[in-house]
Design a protein around this ligand. Structure first.
Ligand SMILES: [Fe+2]
Length: 188
């Protein structure tokens, strides 16, 4: 693990302890997918992973509150001073900040790193483990089961709409269909 990735992971872990969200396992699912996709699409792995760790440094456990809705901008602003302190070269810094800001499709991805990062991020929820971790997390926050299931589905649909790499779109759709089977079985 490079120094930048290590520092980004530590920063995110500290922020996760402070904010209580997103569930730590979700971040690690995205990072594992990020490693796979960086290799597959020949994107700079260090920048993909650093962006994945840093994209939710400012976050909240309250669904769709002001912080959640603006977490890309808020996280980018928050991490900028760390990237400066860590003396990350300007070019790399711009790539990381754009990836963070672009991962919910509100601004354009200006690099392959940003696109790979956004696609990897989608699989946080588009894997059975990710969907179940989120469901479990929502239960821990006191959300009734039916509402938690609806929220998991909303999140999966949102992430599916962000996938842009053709192969990942296919995989995301396949995963979505099989997770939906599991969720619909739950009412017997
Ligand atoms: Fe996000």
């Amino acid at each position: 693990m490079s120094d930048l990735v290590k520092k980004s992971r530590e920063l995110m872990f500290n922020q996760f302890k402070k904010n209580g969200a997103p569930a730590w396992e979700l971040t690690e699912i995205a990072v594992a997918k990020g490693k796979q996709l960086a290799n597959r699409y020949r994107a700079d792995e260090e920048l993909v992973l650093a962006s994945l760790y840093l994209a939710h440094t400012i976050f909240s456990g309250t669904i769709r509150d002001r912080i959640q809705k603006n977490h890309e901008k808020l996280s980018a602003k928050f991490v900028k001073k760390y990237l400066d302190n860590w003396k990350v070269p300007d070019e790399k810094k711009q790539v990381i900040l754009n990836a963070i800001e672009a991962h919910h499709d509100k601004v354009l991805c200006r690099s392959k790193v940003a696109e790979v990062m956004k696609n990897a991020e989608g699989f946080k929820f588009l894997t059975l483990k990710g969907a179940l971790v989120y469901l479990h997390d929502l239960g821990g926050r006191g959300l009734p089961y039916d509402l938690a299931v609806s929220e998991v589905i909303r999140k999966m649909q949102q992430k599916l709409s962000y996938l842009s790499l053709p192969e990942q779109k296919k995989e995301g759709k396949r995963n979505f269909a099989s997770i939906m089977k599991v969720l619909s079985k739950s009412d017997i």
